[in-house]
Ligand binder design. Structure first.
Ligand code: ARG
Length: 462
């Protein structure tokens, strides 16, 4: 006869290899606090509904709290032959308080228990992730305020395009991370539904009070369909997608910083604390943290595909494949949170090499578009203005000079609309500050946006 908690109908005990293969304890022991929390709420409800007696309730609650303390203190021995965290705890409970411990599983199945644990875990983890993304945004706001006077180039096709404020660049990532905060809030909302009491998948004949358990566990909603409740993992796909999107933003940011930290660009300096050396080339100081963030991003995309593929072919309700949902979720949440946290500190440690950037933006005809706009304002069509400016750039390239080096007489050869005021017009700071359109890079606009971000972030909480 099998000694398993479910062993009644089995003549023989499980093959050892199968036992190890089906066990998930090494992964799902992470859920112990949520499992105990869920059981406590369940038992309180059973007592309230007179399904178990007050004395049984009190024994079970005491037992569960003792088990929690043992796990907290590292004294609990997890047993892989007991499959998972649910059975490890239930078995320990019965060992501790005797047969009454078995009553904990009245009007409950592991099918609703596991997904309750997972939802509680997800809610807590998303809250923590939200906190870290918020901290990153605050670090970026600080950096943006500090960099308000620095002009840098922005690039399209990795070719110098136009001058912008460094703050405008940093603000572009604040926008992305603000969207991520909203995504975390949305994923939290999706996870905030209590499946406990759905039992194996059809509900129960016991007179349970599911709304009461929801209240005890802090769930905003109680799920409405028992079949869906035991198989719904949308909250996991949403959470992993949210992590993927955050990692994509971090990875793109990292890519810029890696480039800018290269010897060839040399636009930024990353503090030694956030770089590492080479074991062979003594001169090296590598941006490994940023490279690892870029690398870890693919791991999380892998997790997203993993869960999506797991779910797509499942027959309705609970199937054991769902046990595999933990690895991608835990890995995504942990990696993403860790990356966000380290990135916030790294951002604080970055300085712009202002002289190098200044030299770089002097070259590359970065205000050519301003010159074309100038001609349009003097009455030319944009296409004609574009063509004249293009010819001027070619002329400068041939002579190896900048647009600002040209004499007014030379300008006049290309268009008699060009006057002496052109020199002011194509100055870098004038170029930047002329971009007063909504969302543009002018100082007034950027300052306004920073103020706006501060207001938004103060109201963001989960
Ligand atoms: N360890 C399982 C999981 O994580 C728990 C649910 C098992 N249910 C079952 N009927 N085998 O999904």
């Amino acid at each position: 006869m099998s000694k398993k908690l479910w062993g009644g109908r089995f003549k023989y005990s499980t093959d050892k290899e199968v036992e190890l293969f089906t066990s998930s304890i090494e992964i799902d022991k992470e859920l112990y606090k949520y499992d105990i929390k869920g059981s406590i709420a369940h038992v309180k409800m059973l007592k309230k509904q007179k399904i178990i007696s007050p004395s049984d309730e009190s024994k079970i609650l005491k037992g569960l709290k003792k088990i929690e303390k043992e796990i907290d203190d590292g004294k609990f021995i997890f047993d892989s032959s007991l499959e998972d965290i649910h059975m490890n705890i239930e078995h320990a409970l019965t060992k501790k308080i005797g047969n009454v411990g078995k009553k904990v599983h009245t009007a409950r199945s592991r099918n609703d228990q596991v997904v309750t644990d997972m939802r509680l875990y997800t809610k807590d983890s998303l809250k923590n992730l939200h906190y870290h993304v918020k901290k990153l945004i605050e670090a970026l706001i600080k950096k943006s305020e500090k960099s308000i006077k620095i002009i840098i180039p922005f690039y399209t096709h990795l070719q110098k395009a136009q001058p912008i404020l460094a703050s405008h660049y940093l603000n572009s990532f604040i926008e992305m991370f603000l969207r991520d905060l909203s995504k975390i809030e949305k994923a939290y909302e999706v996870a905030d539904s209590n499946p406990l009491g759905s039992c194996a998948g059809s509900g129960t004949s016991f007179n349970i009070d599911r709304e009461y358990t929801s209240k005890l566990l802090g769930f905003k909603r109680t799920s409405r369909n028992s079949l869906d409740s035991v198989s719904d993992r949308d909250f996991i796909t949403d959470s992993i997608f949210t992590c993927s999107q955050i990692m994509m933003h971090l990875s793109r940011f990292s890519e810029d910083l890696i480039l800018w930290n290269s010897y060839e660009f040399n636009y930024i300096k990353i503090n030694d604390k956030f770089t590492t050396g080479s074991s062979i080339m003594p001169q090296k100081k590598n941006p490994d943290v940023l490279e690892l963030i870029r690398g870890k991003c693919s791991q999380i995309y892998g997790n997203l595909i993993n869960i999506m593929v797991n779910l797509k072919g499942l027959p309705s309700t609970y199937n054991r494949d769902l046990q595999e949902d933990k690895i991608p979720l835990f890995s995504s949440i942990k990696t993403c949170t860790e990356c966000i946290s380290i990135f916030s500190n790294l951002i604080n440690s970055i300085t712009f090499n202002e002289n190098v950037i200044k030299n770089s933006i002097e070259n590359g005809f970065m205000t050519a578009t301003d010159l074309a706009d100038y001609l349009v304002k003097k009455g030319l069509t944009f296409r004609d203005a574009h063509s004249i400016t293009g010819k001027l750039v070619l002329y400068c390239e041939d002579k190896n000079v900048k647009l600002s080096d040209l004499k007014i007489k030379e300008y006049k050869k290309f268009s008699n609309k060009i006057d002496i005021d052109i020199y002011d017009y194509i100055k870098l700071d004038n170029s930047v500050n002329s971009k007063k359109s909504l969302g543009g890079t002018s100082l007034t606009m950027v300052k306004k946006e920073i103020k706006n971000y501060k207001n938004i972030i103060n109201k963001k909480y989960l």
